[in-house]
Every structure is written in C-alpha cells, then in structure tokens.
Unconditional design. Structure first.
Length: 327
C-alpha cells in the first residue's frame, strides 16, 4: 500500500505501507481474514495492495464479531446463552464503539484497531456499515425471531449488505492524501444491496446442511418460508440427510427470491463496470461468477448441487488465482 507524501523538495512521492499502517498489523488482519477462507477473500487478492490493506483491516474487524456471535455464543446450550446474553450484547456495543473510533477497550485486538484507525477511519466510508453489522449481531444475540421475509431483509441489511458495501466502496473509492474518497454519483449501498443479498442467499443454500447440523440458530431462514415448505427448523438437519422433498421446496423458494436480487444486482454490476479499474472489475466479476455458478448448480437437483458445491467452488477460486497471476 502507498500514500502520497512530500519528499525533501516540493514534489510528492509515494510512501511505503509501513508508514501508513504497520506491515505487521496488516499481516495480523490478513491472518484473521484468512481463517474464513471466504470467496470474498479470494476476490480481494486481485486488488492492488492499497485496497487489499483496507479490505483486510475492515474484514478482520467484521469477522471477529461475527465469529464471536456464531461460534462463541449461538451454538451454546440455552441456559448458557441466557446467562451470557448481557455480556455478548455488551461486547457488540464495545465492538461498534471501537470500529467507530469512540472507544479503545473491546473485543478487537490492538493490531486490528491500529489498522482501522490508520486506513479505514480516515476514509469517507462513514459509520453505516459498522452500525448495520452491529445491529444484525444484536438481533442474533437477542435471538430475535425471524418470522417474515421482511424480517430477513432487515437482518440482511446489516449481516450481508454491510460487508458488501465496504467491498463495493473499496472498488470505486480512490486513495488520496487524506485517505480513500468515494467518487461515484450514487452511494455504495445502492450498488451493494442486491448483489450482497443474492450472495447471502446462495450462502444459505450452500451451508444449509452444515448450519442446521451445528445449530438451528445459525439458519437464517424466515419462519414463513419454512411453513410454506411444511418443515420446522428443528427438522432441517435430519431432513437434509434424508433428502426430504420439503428441503427441495424450501430451496426452490430461496432460489426464486435470490433470482430477483440477481437481476437487479446484474444491473448494478453493469453500471459499475465502466466506472472502476480493470483489476477491481475482475475481482467483482469473478466473485459474482462464483455465486452465480453455485446458484445455477442448485437449480437442477438441490441435494446433488450441495454435494458438488465444494468442488465447484474450489475450481472457480482457482480461476481467480489465474486471473491474479495474469495481473
């Protein structure tokens, strides 16, 4: 990563990454981000180093609170969750305050805080993504019922649109002496919303068996959709194992809703293409291609699609690596 600074004379020159955000801090963030092995991570590796540093700092911060809620809280027995709920909610509050630069104490380690302070907070990204994810995490910690599709969309606006907004912001914002600055006429949320929700719905389809096996609380499907399929959350894990036809009904419903967001998301993709750099467009296009390919694979036989998903995802990620090497 580099930033503009003045040299001994009046001419400006680039300064190295270590002067903006310590290389060790970025390496620390990169290691945290890499634990998830997410498609977003593979796409981000196509970006220039300056954008990668921004990505790893912000993604690591989001990854830490998401894992704390999913892996450290929701999978625990009911009595343990009840006893730890206030502590979990307080941790989310402290995390939000740290991300917004309003507190030093909280669940974020010092290297992540330093990276956020030196790269992300000097940008004009704003507070919305951090507030959005924090609110989604509070819904999880409170175990707020997800009854209707509108409840899902409200949850997704933080759980998936927030990180998608940061990624889209990063593709189009330009580095400057004062930090990254957004330069497009519409806000990044407008480009990110439908693409983010589409990818999230594909995630839900891909991970249905794994999430249902670990805990029904990790399954973010509204009760209304489950009722339409004639199945309860408590039945999902066994129903997937038995290749129950009700799972196919549920998957078809989710795919139909995902398809509507994909149509709108493709419009955003087409609009963004001419406005961002070549590497940035390759990263975004490659990322969406992974999810579209998975989405289409689920359309024939959902159970066969789930079985084929890991291999398909690995192959498509390898293609991203080829694109990275060519760059």
């Amino acid at each position: 990563m580099s930033c503009w600074r003045k040299g001994a004379g009046s001419r400006r020159r680039f300064c190295p990454l270590t002067e903006l955000a310590g290389a060790r801090d970025i390496a620390f963030c990169r290691e945290i981000a890499g634990r998830a092995n997410a498609n977003l991570l593979h796409a981000a590796r196509l970006l220039p180093q300056s954008r990668q540093a921004f990505f790893f700092a912000s993604y690591a911060a989001m990854r830490l609170i998401d894992d704390a809620v999913d892996d450290g809280f929701l999978v625990r027995p009911a009595t343990d969750r009840a006893a730890a709920r206030s502590e979990m909610l307080a941790a989310i509050d402290h995390w939000e305050a740290q991300c917004l630069g309003r507190a030093e104490e909280g669940p974020l380690p010092a290297p992540v805080q330093r990276a956020l302070r030196r790269i992300v907070r000097i940008s004009d990204l704003g507070d919305t993504p951090w507030r959005g994810l924090a609110e989604a995490m509070r819904r999880d910690a409170r175990e707020t019922p997800m009854v209707e599709w509108e409840d899902f969309l409200a949850y997704a606006s933080g759980a998936t649109v927030a990180p998608a907004t940061i990624f889209i912001y990063l593709l189009a914002a330009d580095p400057s002496e004062e930090g990254f600055r957004w330069r497009l006429p519409s806000p990044p949320e407008g480009y990110a919303e439908d693409l983010g929700i589409f990818c999230y719905l594909v995630h839900i389809l891909r991970d249905l068996a794994k999430d249902a096996e670990r805990s029904e609380r990790l399954v973010t499907i509204p009760e209304s959709l489950l009722r339409r399929a004639g199945i309860a959350k408590t039945e999902l894990s066994e129903a997937v194992k038995q290749r129950d036809g009700r799972i196919s009904i549920l998957a078809a419903d989710l795919r139909e809703r995902a398809a509507a967001h994909l149509v709108k998301g493709r419009g955003a993709l087409a609009e963004l293409g001419p406005l961002i750099g070549r590497r940035e467009y390759l990263a975004l296009k490659g990322l969406i291609r992974i999810y579209v390919s998975l989405f289409e694979r689920f359309g024939t036989d959902f159970f066969e699609g789930m079985a084929a998903a890991p291999g398909l995802e690995t192959a498509l990620r390898a293609e991203l690596l080829v694109a990275e090497a060519e760059e």
